[in-house]
Design a binder for this molecule. Structure first.
Ligand code: HEC
Ligand code: HEC
Length: 339
């Protein structure tokens, strides 16, 4: 029972064979899809209790070894689930090696981390908890704290199970993060409301579909694969400190292979790239054009692409993304009127 998590978001996804056929028919062409908002009314009492517990844990600095850092320190809801820094600051002020991706879109992705080393959100969560420079926690310290601070909510979230366990913590955190994605103007556009985005953004979308959806596709507009950074023209030498997937697999073919990030909320989550080295969206687009596509865009084309990327910003932030979300004591009261 302990491994049951709420079902993945029902984002409409093309199956792999369908993607393959599409890729053959239109080289360089995946599809970008709209997504529904997660719907809390579809969760049963136990699932909802896990989301509530996950919300509490996400903001709890007690999860870190010395109590100074929570998940939200680096994935701040007010910063669209990222931290606005090139590289995050972990426990004791340690600067971590990579840029913090937004957690708002993590549930839409099939791989986690810039090097794709975690396959699920549950697997992902134990990474920062026990990384010395991130939260610097030990398993024993975590379980002691959670057992003391969250006993009541744990019993609701994992009824009849012995606990606390590390798995329960990661399942609760994952359940919570599954509820964070939020629709944007672009979703309304894809669902048929042409006026939801400007003419300029529609132009940008056409350019995007012709050039970028081979890698940035699906409901997350990315997050489904890893690709070599510098596929067509080698990535600039001074930006090649971090070797990506190679550091996990040791396979030379994986050198500079990184996760293709989700571009949802991208206009709000700079600085960009795994090392946070790029400070403008225009420069990010120009780097992509040159190194992933071996081409260049006019400034009007770059501007149109920026307009399009801006339509991927969530129109609102989920109420439970904020620390002060207080859903009430019983399940009936707990279902917020939000869809
Ligand atoms: C010290 C800052 C910091 C803290 C604290 C932190 N993270 Fe992260 N998080 C990062 C960084 C940096 C990455 C990217 C690491 C990498 O790819 O190697 C990341 C990656 C992730 C990802 C993968 C996102 C993606 O798009 O691949 C998720 C999900 C996530 N963190 C959730 C959490 C949760 C849950 C917690 C609390 C248990 C947490 N983080 C605590 C900095 C932090
Ligand atoms: C061949 C695959 C590929 C193509 C084509 C591609 N990208 Fe990317 N894109 C990536 C990868 C991989 C990354 C992650 C880079 C890293 O590790 O920092 C990325 C990163 C980005 C980022 C930074 C996101 C962030 O959160 O840091 C933006 C913006 C972006 N791409 C936009 C575009 C646009 C616009 C196009 C089309 C003009 C495009 N990409 C085409 C693979 C691709």
């Amino acid at each position: 029972m302990s491994t049951i998590v709420p079902p993945r978001l029902p984002a409409r996804r093309l199956t792999r064979p369908a993607l393959f056929v599409l890729a053959l028919a239109f080289p360089g062409c995946g599809e970008v899809e709209s997504m529904p908002n997660p719907d809390p009314s579809k969760l049963d009492a136990v699932e909802f209790a896990r989301v509530r517990l996950g919300h509490g844990l996400f903001f709890d600095p007690g999860l870190s070894g010395v109590g100074d850092v929570s998940c939200a320190s680096c994935h701040e809801p007010a910063e669209f689930g990222a931290d606005g820094l090139a590289r995050s600051e972990g426990t004791g002020g340690a600067i971590v090696r990579r840029n913090a991706p937004s957690v708002f879109n993590a549930a839409l992705k099939t791989r986690q981390f810039w090097d794709g080393r975690a396959q699920s959100l549950e697997e992902q969560a134990s990474g920062p908890l026990f990384a010395v420079d991130e939260m610097g926690q030990t398993e024993q310290g975590l379980l002691e704290h959670v057992g003391q601070a969250w006993a009541q909510q744990l019993a609701l979230a994992f009824p009849g199970e012995p606990g606390p366990t590390v798995e329960q913590v990661t399942v609760a955190l994952a359940s919570y993060q599954q509820m964070l994605p939020r629709r944007s103007r672009f979703d309304r556009f894809v669902d048929g409301d042409r006026s939801a985005i400007s003419r300029e953004a529609r132009r940008g979308y056409r350019i995007f579909r012709r050039n970028c959806t081979d890698c940035h596709d699906g409901a997350g507009v990315g997050g489904t694969e890893y690709r070599k950074l510098g596929e067509d023209v080698p990535w600039p030498r001074e930006r090649r400190e971090d070797l990506g997937l190679f550091e996990v697999t040791g396979d030379p073919d994986d050198t500079m292979v990184f996760m293709v990030p989700s571009l949802r909320n991208v206009a709000e989550t700079g600085p960009w790239f795994h090392d946070g080295s790029v400070e403008s969206l225009e420069e990010a687009i120009e780097l992509m054009a040159r190194h992933q596509l071996d081409r260049s865009f006019t400034s009007a084309q770059v501007g149109a692409l920026v307009s399009f990327l801006e339509t991927l910003t969530a129109e609102d932030v989920q109420p439970w993304a904020y620390e002060d979300w207080d859903p009430g004591p019983t399940f009936e009261d707990d279902i917020p009127g939000e869809g």
